[in-house]
Write a protein that binds this ligand. Structure first.
Ligand SMILES: Cc1cc2nc3c(=O)[nH]c(=O)nc-3n(C[C@H](O)[C@H](O)[C@H](O)COP(=O)(O)OP(=O)(O)OC[C@H]3O[C@@H](n4cnc5c(N)ncnc54)[C@H](O)[C@@H]3O)c2cc1C
Length: 833
């Protein structure tokens, strides 16, 4: 029996073992693995999840029993210190010697720590192992509320910055280059990302060469080449990696000029019995800091040792998508083509923070690469178009603008991909294999397909596409497809709503424990928050960490990092006294004011720490929150009605005020708007609203499911000539039914479109009580109306909630980075001009 020694029990070393024991011939070999870390191999890609739960077990790739079951001898806490290639043995730090026939070096890399003066001070960390994170978390605890910088604005640095923020520290990213993610983004993409980072509360410092770490013993700050300083209490270094190639020196293996063990396309080093794979291997003069190439290297080494002639791909795809929750960033292929080699199409929406760039071959046929910031939903499809050299649509700009004319997505359907398209590049799983797993092997969920094929189990970036393939394959079998909120809950929003209600679940953690898995994400958390709000009329001040970003501070964050203040002006009616009070407050805090389309007044430009003070003064003048930030009722617009207008058939203003006050505060799957018009001239545009009333001869006509915006939709006539009480009863039930059954982020119009039976079905449920739930809907809406409370009043009166409104976690200092200019006698954020 021959012996293979694997040095390094990291992600790639483990993958080598997994692939090896999957081969029938493996029984002819004895496998011995050495890992220097104290634990078995774990998922480093998802290391940041350790910050959330501190549970190392959850990251484990396979338990020790797996190694035992597969006859693999595993030594953890055992570092190999020498290779003696002449007699084919290795020695370990504990003094043991082992002989080998083949040696596989999977020693990975270490974070590069630049030789900066003072870098060894207490409070400076790297971000690579569970132990690194344990130490970082412990230190962060000791500087609670302090400032922390991350040195390096690359993929890992940004991930670390988000972790710093989640630890309750004030995060700063310091980058040497003039842009973020310099290897993946161009200047405009970086700018868009920077805006997004700022919105997340992460400050970015570009063009900063760190000269010195300041402080006595412990870090107190950083000094840059331009002599500027940044006071920080902690620093995480994420400035690249260096391969762990020290063993090469002990036996004379060829190394690259900047490190790494040189391998050929069979993963052999300069010694044919020694292989190198993963981040230690220098292939094509490059170290690839991603798992997908590492896993391919593992497969090549396995096959080569077993006598197959599998070779490493000549070119390695470095496409990546940032895992940072809250910001979509991806780049694929060649993101930086020049005008000579490609046509570039750019779409930018500064208001929404979206930047998309695609590079198209000169003949317009092929996608060569691209960048997506702010919206990377189409990343996987674009990646496939690029990787499979698929012919582009006639108007390639549709790929980033979306198809016009309603023919569906311009990037095409996942089922149009060729069967051989590699969807999961970490595990080399093709579209054909995924569909076959569903259609031929009966795997009907993402989980079971992942288990059977291993797709999604590497970096996880392909999850949305694999999920789509499972759905489409099931549909092709005529099977009903289960709609899931996200990977953490195997339920639709409606099902979760019922679960929370029936089990009387009170908070997100309880819900996750009861019926979820993993740690949750930015999709399921706000959905759960919405459900708790809907069921218990809980304000967004509660369970702050699961709220949408705008809900966390009860305000919409604006482009320059300031916030808007929008008090409720029910029905658009405002007294001169209130107008003057608003004017006075706006003047005092130097806010830009503008009348909104919803008949109220937006006050822009408030700094975070000013919000409670402004609201305190507004509340004292009788105002309450307008919830312009929430998925909830915005406004009920009205015309002046029969009180003032000679055409008016009824008193629309009073009705609008009554309705707005009835539904204010209710959280719903999406924002809701209402309108009340006193006659069919429709000055309040009630038919463009989620619900609307129009006074006609003999009563009120009720309309539902309309909206303006990007996809305008006229509301449908729901009931004719009903009295006011009946109109309210219908809308009560309609809204409650919508709140209970709509998918997340679905406006009423889109919800109705998907409702089988359409408006007639809805009328049956609401008017004729076909489901026997009318009484329940009535009671729930009444409970809402009876338990409403202004969440801004709650925030200013509660010291704990109020204390959240500081720009800097550990001080009351203002954020002086916000700049304004003057325009039409008001101040505007500098970024807008
Ligand atoms: C926070 C973070 C996020 C990441 N996110 C992504 C991502 O989204 N997508 C992606 O593709 N990649 C990502 N990566 C990179 C990915 O984790 C690495 O590419 C992958 O782990 C490399 O695997 P490896 O086995 O080569 O090295 P490692 O996982 O580092 O394993 C090497 C192991 O060998 C051990 N070792 C070294 N020398 C010896 C010795 N002499 N004796 C015994 N043992 C030794 C080391 O202690 C280590 O345990 C991320 C990395 C980090 C740190």
């Amino acid at each position: 029996m021959k012996t293979i020694l694997v040095i390094g029990n990291g992600m790639v070393g483990y993958k080598f073992c997994e692939k090896f024991v999957a081969q029938p011939k493996h029984e002819e070999f004895q496998l011995i693995v050495f890992g220097e870390e104290p634990r078995v191999a774990y998922d480093r890609v998802h290391l940041s999840e350790f910050f959330e739960n501190g549970d190392a077990e959850k990251l484990t790739l396979a338990p020790r029993t797996w190694y035992e079951k597969n006859n693999i001898t595993l030594y953890t806490n055992e570092r190999v210190t020498n290779i003696h290639s002449t007699n084919k043995t290795v020695t370990t730090l504990s003094g043991k010697t082992f002989a080998y026939d083949y040696l596989v070096l999977a020693t990975g890399s270490v974070p590069f720590v630049p030789p900066i003066k003072g870098v060894l001070k207490k409070g400076v960390f790297v971000y690579r192992t569970i132990e690194d994170l344990e130490q970082t978390m412990k230190f962060a605890e000791s500087i609670k509320g302090g400032k922390a910088a991350v040195l390096g604005g690359g993929l890992l640095g940004l991930e670390a910055a988000k972790a710093v923020k989640d630890m309750g520290l004030e995060p700063h990213v310091v980058e040497f280059a003039p842009r973020l993610m310099p290897r993946q983004l161009d200047d405009d993409g970086s700018l868009a990302l920077q805006t997004k980072m700022n919105e997340l509360g992460i400050s970015v410092h570009l063009n900063k060469a760190t000269q010195q770490i300041l402080g006595n013993g412990s870090i107190q700050g950083m000094e840059f080449l331009d002599n500027e300083q940044l006071a920080v209490d902690m620093l995480i270094i994420s400035a690249g990696i260096r391969p762990r190639d020290e063993l090469a020196k002990t036996c004379g293996l060829e190394q690259g000029p900047k490190g790494g063990i040189v391998v050929d396309n069979t993963m052999r080093t300069s010694d044919p019995d020694i292989f190198a794979i993963g981040e230690v291997a220098l292939y094509n003069k490059m170290i690839y800091g991603l798992v997908a190439p590492g896993y391919e290297m593992a497969q090549v080494a396995v096959d080569q040792i077993l006598g197959e002639n599998t070779q490493m791909s000549a070119s390695i795809d470095m496409s990546t998508k940032l895992k940072l929750i809250g910001v979509d960033v991806a780049s694929f292929g060649n993101p930086f083509t020049t005008d000579d080699e490609a046509h570039t199409i750019v779409f930018e929406n500064k208001l929404q923070g979206i930047y998309k760039r695609i590079n198209i071959s000169k003949d317009g046929k092929l996608l060569l690469g691209g960048i997506l910031v702010g919206d990377a939903d189409d990343y996987n499809m674009l990646l496939q178009l690029y990787q499979n050299k698929m012919t582009l649509p006639e108007n390639p700009e549709d790929l980033i603008l979306g198809a016009r004319g309603g023919e569906g997505s311009a990037v095409g359907n996942v089922m149009d991909l060729p069967d051989e398209a590699v969807v999961c590049s970490c595990e080399s799983v093709t579209k054909g294999a995924i569909c076959c797993s569903v259609i031929d092997n009966g795997n009907e969920s993402l989980k079971s397909v992942a288990k059977a094929t291993k797709a999604t189990t590497g970096c996880g970036g392909c999850k949305p596409m694999v999920s789509d393939l499972v759905t489409e394959s099931l549909k092709s079998l005529g099977k009903t497809v289960k709609v899931r909120i996200c990977e953490h809950f195997d339920y639709s929003r409606q099902e979760l709503y019922d679960i929370v209600k029936v089990r009387n679940i009170q908070n997100y953690d309880e819900l996750l424990d009861a019926v979820g898995q993993g740690h949750g994400c930015e999709i399921c958390k706000p959905v759960a928050a919405g459900i708790f709000a809907s069921l218990y009329n809980e304000t967004a001040n509660m369970q702050q960490t699961i709220q949408d970003s705008n809900d966390r501070f009860l305000a919409n964050i604006q482009r320059n990092g300031t916030y808007s203040v929008v008090p409720r002006v029910a029905g658009g009616e405002i007294t001169p006294k209130q107008l003057m009070a608003m004017g006075r407050i706006a003047q005092k805090y130097d806010l830009y004011t503008k009348i909104t389309g919803g008949q109220r007044i937006d006050m822009f430009g408030a700094k975070l720490h000013e919000l409670p003070k402004i609201w305190e003064e507004l509340i004292a003048e009788g105002f309450e929150t307008g919830q312009a930030y929430g998925k909830s009722l915005r406004t009920v617009k009205s015309c002046v009605g029969s009180t003032w207008c000679r055409y008016g058939m009824d008193e629309s203003v009073s009705f609008a005020i009554e309705i707005e006050n009835r539904y204010k505060g209710i959280r719903s799957p999406h924002k809701m708007k209402g309108g009340v018009s006193g006659c069919i001239r429709e000055c309040a545009e009630a038919r463009c609203k989620d619900f609307g009333f129009i006074a006609v001869e003999g009563g009120w006509n009720v309309y539902v499911c309309g909206n303006g915006g990007a996809n305008p939709k006229h509301a449908e006539l729901f009931a004719e000539k009903v009295d006011k009480e009946t109109a309210i009863k219908y809308v009560d039930r309609f809204l409650m039914y919508y709140i209970k059954t709509a998918a997340p982020l679905t406006r009423t119009a889109a919800w109705l479109e998907k409702l089988e039976g359409g408006i007639a079905y809805l009328q049956n449920v609401v008017i004729h009580d076909s489901l026997g739930i009318a009484e329940e809907l009535d009671a729930e809406m009444q409970r809402y109306a009876d338990t409403y409370r202004c969440e801004w009043k709650e925030a200013v009166e509660n010291p704990e909630i109020r204390s959240r409104y500081t720009h800097f976690v550990n001080s009351n200092e203002e954020d002086n980075n916000i700049e304004f200019v003057s325009l039409r006698e008001q101040k505007m954020p500098k970024a807008w001009t």
